[in-house]
Design a protein around this ligand. Structure first.
Ligand code: PEP
Ligand code: CO
Length: 461
């Protein structure tokens, strides 16, 4: 049993991993950023061991199917809508929140489908998005120094030193709540979410005074007609026919959680992270020599890679080579998160660098993380910046002869007040009305629909 000192807890490596060059815990030998240090290594080991023996949340077939669909998005034959909370919370694992997320994801995707005429791949930031990277280790609240909040997977957001102490049992709780969430999402899919073609189900009233309202109304009527037509001519409602797949994804940040659910499956090569269909590498943990890349290089799941302007050509090339040496199509999604003002300047170089490596990638645009600012004490984003970044990304990809294959949004189906702007005209004074996020500000239901219409207009040209 080899134990090397590093900044993370060194738990016992299971005997069956011995002599493997890569295994689900080989990353513990690398420099690991953003992973909490647990006060009790034995307690971590115990939770890890129990988590390893619980059944998987998803299957390897679903992962392989998603990879094939992502390959289509890379070629411009499908479009990816990835969206959900910045940070899921244990408390947020409720029926209305899950239903609302499903509803907004479906409605946004139907608007995109209507305009792009391409299959839309829905991927939620859901059922496992419980860990967050932070720029500061600690903060002082009411004169007390405590660890910064790193997600419900790690500790409670409550502002006491005790509540902020990392608790490994929360890995099991996160797994449980992810299972409950996925179970309900699957049930909603199977039932076909039958109410969707009721006109009242689309809440467009907030748009009434918008100059494009009639056009948007027309789009919704067309969508409803198509749904009714399919319902009339086929045995099954359209929605069940198309399978309301909502794939799951989260940031592969808390590697103990992901490693415990990384398994081999019968009659297939390689290792699968069976906690989530897709995982992504965060912008803060993308060191090609670091722990997160070491973990991700060993799994078969599709992998998102967040990139901003600070990544060097060499780093990007090394990342692609490490994460996808076989150059498998649909395996890597590069997610630019540059900021509205930086996209025109920096995206062309990223596209050219990726192209020069010869690696197949699916491009996505995260218009959220480069556009955050503080309004007083709360983090917010301007709807207009979000829209501007997506629009610029479409233009740059076009000009470079490249394809924007998707968008990555922090959004919710709830009526929160976290981002400013949009037709409902939320301003900074209104932010505290329903500011619920534990981390970054999300587009609310109305802003998400409005953005979908704007993306649709853009795609249509
Ligand atoms: C996130 O997606 O919530 C996030 C932290 O993004 P990034 O790694 O791009 O900053
Ligand atoms: Co975020």
């Amino acid at each position: 049993m080899k134990i090397v000192q590093s900044k993370v807890n060194q738990i016992q490596i299971p005997a069956e991993f011995n002599s493997m060059a890569w295994h689900p815990l080989s990353w513990t030998q690398k420099e690991a950023k953003q992973i909490p240090l647990y006060p009790d290594t034995g307690a971590l080991e115990s939770a890890f061991t129990r988590l390893r023996s619980l059944p998987p949340l998803i299957t390897s077939w679903e992962i392989e199917a998603l990879k094939k669909k992502l390959a289509l998005a890379g070629r411009g034959q499908a479009f990816v809508l990835q969206g959900g909370d910045c940070a899921e919370t244990f408390e947020g694992c409720t029926s209305p929140k899950i239903v609302n997320l499903m509803k907004v994801m479906i409605q946004v995707s139907f608007i995109l489908l209507h305009e792009t005429q391409k299959p839309i791949l829905r991927i939620g930031r859901v059922a496992g998005q419980y860990a967050k990277p932070r720029s500061k280790e600690t903060e002082v609240v009411n004169g007390q120094e405590m660890l910064t909040y790193r997600g419900d997977l790690v500790h409670s957001i409550e502002e006491t030193t005790e509540a902020r102490t990392p608790d490994p049992e929360r890995m099991i709780e996160a797994y449980t709540r992810s299972a409950l969430t996925l179970n309900f999402l699957r049930a909603l899919s199977d039932e076909g979410f039958a109410d969707l073609n009721h006109p009242e189900y689309w809440e467009l009233g907030f748009m009434k005074n918008n100059e494009f309202y009639d056009e948007y109304e027309g789009i919704i009527q067309n969508i409803n007609k198509a749904i009714s037509f399919m319902d009339a001519v086929t045995e099954q409602p359209l929605i069940t026919l198309q399978r309301l797949d909502l794939y799951s994804s989260h940031e592969a940040l808390h590697l103990f959680y992901d490693a415990a659910q990384t398994r081999r499956v019968p009659r297939k090569q390689g290792w699968y992270n069976l906690s989530s269909h897709m995982v992504w590498l965060g912008n803060r943990t993308r060191d090609p020599e670091g722990a997160h890349v070491e973990y991700l290089r060993g799994i078969e799941n599709p992998i998102g890679v967040k990139v901003d302007a600070s990544i060097t050509k060499d780093e990007l090339a090394r990342l692609l080579e490490r994460l996808n040496p076989e150059r498998e199509e649909g395996k890597i999604m590069l997610i630019s998160r540059l900021g509205a003002d930086q996209t025109e300047e920096h995206l062309p170089a990223l596209i050219r660098t990726a192209r020069a490596t010869g690696h197949p990638v699916v491009w996505s645009c995260d218009p959220m993380h480069g556009n955050t600012f503080l309004a007083g004490k709360v983090k917010t984003r301007r709807f207009e910046d979000i829209e501007r970044e997506i629009s610029a990304a479409f233009d740059v990809h076009d000009a470079e002869g490249s394809i924007l294959g998707g968008v990555h949004l922090e959004m919710t189906g709830d009526n929160v007040t976290e981002c400013v702007g949009g037709v409902s005209g939320l301003n900074e004074e209104g932010l505290l009305q329903t500011y619920e996020t534990y981390c970054d500000p999300r587009l609310n239901y109305e802003q998400s629909l409005e953005l979908a219409f704007l993306i649709a207009r853009k795609v249509r040209g």
